[in-house]
Design a protein around this ligand. Structure first.
Ligand SMILES: Cc1cc2nc3c(=O)[nH]c(=O)nc-3n(C[C@H](O)[C@H](O)[C@H](O)COP(=O)(O)OP(=O)(O)OC[C@H]3O[C@@H](n4cnc5c(N)ncnc54)[C@H](O)[C@@H]3O)c2cc1C
Length: 380
């Protein structure tokens, strides 16, 4: 393991704590303003939510209003930055299988909102041609906005590009222990800075624990899997289905979603209680990432409940007609969950804390990073 570089004695404009997507997005936003930036990351590189997610940059389904706008803007930034940073966009768009008539009502209501612009229902012949791998249902809602990156490698590539092409200094394997501007104290010495942006992800206990406690966030644990279909096929866009219409705020908060939610609470109560819904995305080798579940008990247990995996796999086979699959990887992920989808505040002059508290940082991180940099510059 290579040890991170010696700490510079220069005074940075901004020190960012945390090398997840929110930290990297903040660093990028600061660089675009011509500021000098350092990122301090506790691990050799991020191993948390930012690399454990689907890499699914989702627009349709995000909470209506400001958060949907964040996702749309962040999607545009991903599209601009990905080729520069050598990050491949694996696929674009989203197909939502409507398994029941109640889901069609939600999709039709969604299409009438401003969020439905450029989205549409596929025709029967398009369904046969474009999504032959979906089981028969009541129809398919198509959204063109989404894109998918392989987070497992994309976050490291983004950090590398920020360092090599944009001049950001990275101090990895370095833990920030306190912020007392102009000093940022770390496990390897002191960095000096005008501003500090703390992007701790789900670590609500190391820095500013009292401030972060005001979010009343609970740690949500998710089950995830990688599977390899025995018969190769190409996924043309990410896939979701009825349980997602009932879960994602942009759909679920529409009044027309009530009948679907009530129905699913009745006929898929086990899945609903476990927070299971289906997202399917594909990697370059043809494997699929499938998930997920949501345990809001705040326990962050290290033990994976395989019964939850079974619920996800069963749902996968209800939605996708692709035959047998081999499960090749299992993992858990954690994110902070609160009523508000993001938390940002300035606890003192020149310092800002930001965390995505709605499990959507891959989709909204670039916009959120810009907000954090604007806030920290205002806070001086
Ligand atoms: C299983 C799973 C699936 C998900 N799927 C999606 C998805 O498909 N689409 C989507 O939009 N969102 C998804 N999310 C949510 C998304 O991944 C998160 O919202 C996002 O990654 C949060 O990024 P972050 O930078 O805030 O946090 P993190 O990725 O947790 O990064 C925080 C970093 O800060 C570092 N750090 C913390 N404290 C210190 C300190 N004191 N000193 C130094 N370093 C420190 C940590 O080591 C860590 O690297 C998913 C989340 C999970 C768990």
């Amino acid at each position: 393991m290579t040890i991170s570089k010696i700490l510079s004695d220069k005074t940075y404009d901004v020190v960012v704590v945390g090398g997840g997507i929110v930290g990297l997005a903040s660093a990028y936003a600061a660089i675009k303003k011509g500021l000098s930036v350092a990122v301090v990351e506790r691990q050799s590189q991020n191993k948390d939510a930012s690399v454990r997610n689907f890499g699914f940059v989702t627009v349709s389904g995000q909470r209506r209003g400001e958060h949907w706008q964040r996702a749309m803007h962040s999607r545009n930034v991903w599209a601009e930055v990905a080729p520069k940073a050598g990050i491949q966009v694996e696929h674009r768009g989203l197909h939502m299988l409507m398994q029941r008539p109640e889901a069609v009502d939600v999709a039709e209501a969604f299409l009438k909102t401003e969020m439905g612009k450029d989205c549409r229902l596929l025709t029967p012949s398009e369904i046969n041609e474009v999504v032959p791998y979906l089981k028969k249902g009541e129809g398919v809602l198509y959204s063109p906005h989404e894109l998918r990156v392989e987070s497992n490698t994309a976050i490291a590539k983004l950090a590398h590009w920020l360092e090599q092409a944009q001049g950001v200094d990275f101090y990895n394997q370095t833990t920030v222990t306190s912020v007392e501007l102009p000093k940022v104290r770390t496990s390897r010495g002191v960095l000096k800075t005008e501003h500090c942006v703390v992007c701790p992800g789900a670590d609500f206990t190391s820095l500013y624990p009292d401030v972060l406690a005001t979010t009343k966030a609970k740690m949500c644990t998710l089950n995830m899997m990688r599977v390899m279909p025995k018969q190769a096929f190409k996924l043309n866009a990410a896939v979701m289905s009825d349980l997602s219409f009932a879960r994602y705020d942009g759909f679920a908060q529409l009044p027309e979603a009530e009948p679907l939610k009530n129905l699913l609470d009745d006929i898929q109560s086990v899945e609903r209680q476990a927070g299971v819904h289906l997202i399917v995305v594909q990697s370059a080798d043809g494997s699929l990432i499938i998930g997920d579940s949501h345990d809001y008990s705040d326990r962050e247990l290290p033990f994976r409940d395989t019964r939850i995996d079974d619920l996800i796999i069963n749902e996968f086979h209800r939605v996708m007609g692709v035959g047998e699959i081999d499960i090749t990887q299992h993992w858990l992920g954690v994110y902070p969950s609160a009523n508000e989808v993001v938390f940002k505040t300035s606890p003192e002059k020149g310092v800002v804390i930001g965390s995505v508290t709605g499990g959507t940082g891959a989709s909204t991180g670039f916009a959120f990073g810009e907000e954090l940099i604007d806030l920290v510059l205002e806070s001086k």
